[in-house]
Each structure stands twice: as C-alpha cells, then as structure tokens.
Design a binder for this molecule. Structure first.
Ligand SMILES: [Zn+2]
Length: 596
C-alpha cells in the first residue's frame, strides 16, 4: 500500500495550473478519488473553507497561528484544518471542531520542510524515527544523492511504507550503477556494460526513482565522460526524472563544472538541480565571488533552461577522507590504491601529486581546515584536524612531548611539515579511512548564495545516530539555523522567503505535486514553530544537539512531534517518481550499504 500521494498520479494536466502563477503550475494538487473536496480545488480555496459539505469534525485543527503558506506571501492569521491525511481548509474556521485542537497563538504554521539533498538511504531501516530531521522541521526528503543510492529502488520504497516518520523519494545513483556493472574502476563503459547500466537506470525509474544523481568527485563516477553521463541520464530524463549533481569540481574548476552540469541538462532535455551549491573562500577571491557562479546559472535560466540550486547554511563541507588522495592513485579501485600506498614508491608518488594539488595549485600551508568527523580505526581522532593528528603523532614519536589540544594553525610547539600531514592522511586511509569536515568557506559566500531566489535549503545529511562520532552539524540544525541566525538575527532574508526555500520551491523543482504549500487538497505535512525562539543548537564541536523551537510536526495528518516530544508514530512512506509503473514492489528484507 502506498500513502496515496505519489508523484505519478499528480502529474496529470490540471486546469488549475493554467490560471495560476508559475510556482503553482508544478504544485497543482493531485486529484484523489477518495476526497471529493479536493477535486473542487479552486483559486479561492486558499482563504476559505472548502464549500462542499465541510465535515462536522476535523482530525486536527491548528488555531490562531501566523500562517506562512510556503508561497513566499506574507503571513496571515488563520487556522488550518486536517482530515484523513490532507489539509482540507485554511482560513478563519470559526467554531469548527476537531479531535485534536492545537492552539498556535504566537506560533507560526508552515508546510513541513522538504529536504531535497539527503543521504538517509537505508539508514532509515535502523533509525526510522529520523529524529534529527523531524526536530528540524523536515517531513519529506530526497535521498540517493551524490551518485550513491540503493540499487533496488522498488524494494527500498516498498520497505519504507509506514515504517518511517518521513516521506521519502530517492534518486538512482550514477556511482551505484557503475559499481554494479564494472566496480570501482576507471575507464569507459564497454557497449555491454553501457546496456546493463541503462537497464539499471530504466528499472529504477519504473520502480519509482525521482531522477538520476551524480557525484563526480567520487570514484568511479569521476572517470566518466560527460557524454557517458548524458547517455545514462537520457534514460531517467525520458521518464521525467531530474538530474541532480554533485559537480565534478567545487574549487578552482567550478565554472567548468557548472557548464558541464548545464550541458547534461540541455542535451538530455532535463531539468537540473546543482547540489550543495557553495564556493570556497580562496576560489571566491580569485573568480569574483558567488556572483560569478550564480551568474552562470542565472544566464542559463534566462536562456530558457530549468536549473535549480540547493544549499546547506554552513561554512564547512563534509565528505570522505578518500577525496584528499590523488585521483591517479585511486584509478583502479580501492584495493589497488591500498596496494600502491603500501609501498614506499607508491607513497612517494602520492605525496608528489598531493604537493602539486594542495601546495602549488591551492597554496595550502597546512590541513588545519580538514577535521576528522569520525573514524572507526581511530575513534579518538574525532574532532581533530589532520594538522593536529600529525602533531600528536609526531609528539608521541618524539617520546611523548606535550600533546596539543586544538590546532587550526601550525604550532611552534610541535612543528609538522606538509609531508607529515600527507603521510597522516595516507595512514588513516590505509587503516579504514574517515569521514571529514572541511572548513573552507566564508560567511560572505554562504549569505550571497542564500539570498538568491533559486536556492532552496537542504541538509546534505544522513540519519544521525544520536551521540555517535562528531559529524557535520547540518544533520541537526540546517533549517533552524536559517530561521534563527539568518532570518531573525541577521535579517538576511524574510521568514516567508526562508519557508518558501524549504517548501514550495524544492517541491516545484522535484515535481512533488500536492506538497509544499498550506492549501486545501494538499498533503497534511505541517510544522508549528516559534519564530521568536527557533534556532539550531548543533555546533562543529558538539553536533549532537537537536534544534529548538518546533512544537508540532505533522506528517500525512499524523502528529510525529507533539509539544516537543516524539510520538513514535511512523506515518511516512514512499514518494514515487514520475516514471513509476504503479506496481508496489516486494519490500527489502536486507539493509544495503550505500556510499557516494
Ligand atoms: Zn555531495
């Protein structure tokens, strides 16, 4: 059974679309057979109760809130009524009754947030409450990003039905596809492998994937030519799937990488989502700031290309330590890289290439910006930079000289060279690797990108195991950080615009029809929060802290966070993509591991 809000059903032409604004074209409500009032959805449905036989009693009635409906319009005072999983009325609902009345006086009522860039994947099987997302206002996610997804999309989506709090859509990953046909190796696909890869993408789309994702800094996708990606994405695009890309470069070659993503969109006749749009501060200085990168995207839009962006609101990024190693070492897969790096000649070759990459091209003096978030082999390194770990190693090698506690600048106490730090990276890699946090960006670019109207808010996070490791705080605080520090304190954007970036805009980009607005007929994904106190608490030092200020989170008409407490209900489930064949597949019984 599905939860009844699949995308496929809602992509039919709808007369409503022809008379309302661009934003609403893609958000035209589904035409469910079970709910007669939704079929009479009209332009005046926004502020008046649905006229056809209003029920005597609603399931939930949110009263007297500041309604921020997700469109970007200014807030208004009103009530929101929910029945059978849908919003059935928004406006002044007089003496209407409900099983549960929630007084939202002094609070904001908004659509549940839609996070289109996550890495939740099969972690939802183990941590189905996904509390880090719910307590940050998220009710719907897109996973399978950066080229890494589950392989069996049908089994995955079926498994989630009423077994998680969140509504979940997934992309099919390019790297996942390549790994299945040729492993983690460099080199073009053979014609037979290409046919096999296309079949994987085709099946994923008919099983319900929402599009195709790439992660072009990761192996093996980084070795794929643009043409190869175009050929594969043509399959997903043929079913109406979006192209979501972690670009080939987010540093010195970023403009080229943007051009590549745009070309893939043009040549596949597909819309494009550029993931976690950002700019390191050294590159910003070189190319003229975020105006230059945003300008590239705006020019494409002006030329008629549909392209969207998303962003997490932090000055540090996070990914695997493997991305610090030279491409040439990784070219024949992880096992081979380990073989190379276990010889002195291989290490020397790696160090030579790393010098070129970090010292010559980027002018790096140390790895104080690169902090270990978690490492199975070295749990005590969590929270320490590569610079600091190199210092600790050197100090203990020197007979237990004083260990440093914190270092983002080289310290005279225990001077280490770049070579010491390269060796530290290689050693950690050989012993199992690490998840990293990279402090490379500046507030200026984060703010310039956030202000752009094309940019939605997305966490780039997985499901967090509370207390485990020192992961990037974005998994806990992304939305609250925008609503507190950026909206309320710095007044960078308006509250209504921030909500739009978290709701109707991502719904439009990913064609999640019937979600992302507070409108009669829409899925009852709703958040209630206090705009005066909402804020993130998670920091880089202490990331395991939930956001504050959300009092109620409602998913498909069921309350999952109530009075700040999780109810344990799991009303979430699959959102099927535009190519879905309508058949719910056999649900997954094992938990696949995924990586970008
Ligand atoms: Zn990514």
């Amino acid at each position: 059974m599905t939860n009844g809000f699949d995308v496929a059903r809602a992509t039919r032409p709808c007369w409503y679309a022809s008379i309302v604004s661009f934003l609403l074209v893609a958000s035209c409500a589904p035409q469910p057979t079970a709910r007669p009032q939704a079929t009479s959805l009209a332009a005046d449905a926004l502020l008046t109760p649905v006229p056809t036989a209003p029920p005597a009693k609603y399931d939930i009635l949110l009263r007297n809130g500041k309604v921020i409906d997700g469109s970007g319009n200014p807030w208004f005072y009103g009530d929101v009524a929910i029945l059978d999983g849908r919003i059935v009325a928004v406006g002044s609902l007089g003496n209407a009754k409900a099983d549960r009345v929630i007084d939202a006086t002094g609070l904001a009522i908004a659509p549940g947030f839609i996070d289109v860039h996550t890495h939740a994947d099969a972690d939802l099987y183990r941590i189905p409450l996904a509390e880090n997302f719910i307590r940050d206002g998220v009710t719907t996610i897109v996973t399978g990003n950066c080229g890494g997804s589950v392989l069996d999309v049908g089994a995955y989506l079926a498994r989630l039905d009423h077994r998680t709090t969140l509504n979940v859509a997934t992309l099919i990953g390019h790297n996942t596809t390549l790994r299945e046909v040729k492993g983690d190796k460099a080199g073009e696909l053979t014609p037979e492998q290409m046919a096999e890869a296309k079949e994987i993408v085709r099946k994923a789309m008919t099983d319900g994937a929402i599009g195709f994702s790439t992660g072009l800094i990761y192996i093996p996708g980084q070795w794929s030519s643009t043409e190869e990606i175009i050929e594969l994405h043509k399959i997903a695009a043929g079913y109406g799937g979006i192209y979501a890309s972690h670009m080939r470069n987010e540093g010195g070659e970023i403009l080229k990488a943007i051009d590549e993503a745009l070309r893939i969109g043009r040549e596949t006749n597909s819309r494009v989502e550029i993931s976690h749009f950002k700019l390191p501060s050294d590159i910003a200085q070189r190319i003229g700031g975020a105006d230059t990168t945003l300008g590239r995207v705006i020019a494409a839009r002006n030329a008629g290309q549909e392209v969207w962006l998303d962003q997490y609101p932090y000055t540090a990024s996070s990914t695997s330590l493997t991305t610090l190693l030279p491409d040439s070492i990784l070219a024949d897969g992880g096992d081979n890289a380990k073989k190379i790096l276990s010889t002195p000649e291989g290490v020397a070759r790696a160090i030579k290439e790393m010098r070129e990459q970090y010292e010559v091209k980027r002018g790096r003096k140390h790895f104080g910006y690169a902090v270990i978030a978690g490492s199975r082999a070295f749990p005590t390194y969590a929270g320490k930079s590569i610079l600091e770990v190199a210092q600790i190693r050197k100090a203990s090698a020197n007979g237990g000289a004083e260990l440093l506690t914190s270092a983002t600048q080289p310290s005279s106490a225990t001077d280490v060279t770049m070579e010491d730090q390269y060796r530290t990276i290689i050693d950690i890699y050989l012993k199992g690797g690490a998840q990293m946090v990279f402090h490379t960006m500046a507030e200026q670019e984060v703010m310039d990108i956030m202000k752009n109207p094309l940019v939605s808010i997305a966490s780039d996070s997985g499901v967090r195991q509370f207390g485990s490791g020192v992961p990037h705080p974005r998994g806990y605080g992304t939305n609250a950080r925008v609503l507190g520090p950026y909206v309320r304190e710095q007044k960078l954007i308006t509250l209504e615009d921030a909500i739009r970036k978290m709701t109707s805009m991502p719904a439009t980009a990913f064609r999640m029809n019937g979600r992302g607005l507070l409108r009669a007929g829409y899925a009852a994904d709703v958040v209630v929060f206090d705009p005066k106190t909402v804020t993130d608490k998670a920091t880089f030092d202490k990331p395991h802290q939930y956001s504050e200020g959300f009092t109620q989170v409602i998913v498909n008409g069921d309350i999952v966070l109530d009075g700040g407490k999780m109810t344990g209900d799991m009303p979430g489930g699959p959102i099927y993509g535009p190519g879905w064949d309508g058949v719910v597949k056999k649900r997954a019984t094992t938990e696949p591991t995924t990586r970008p």
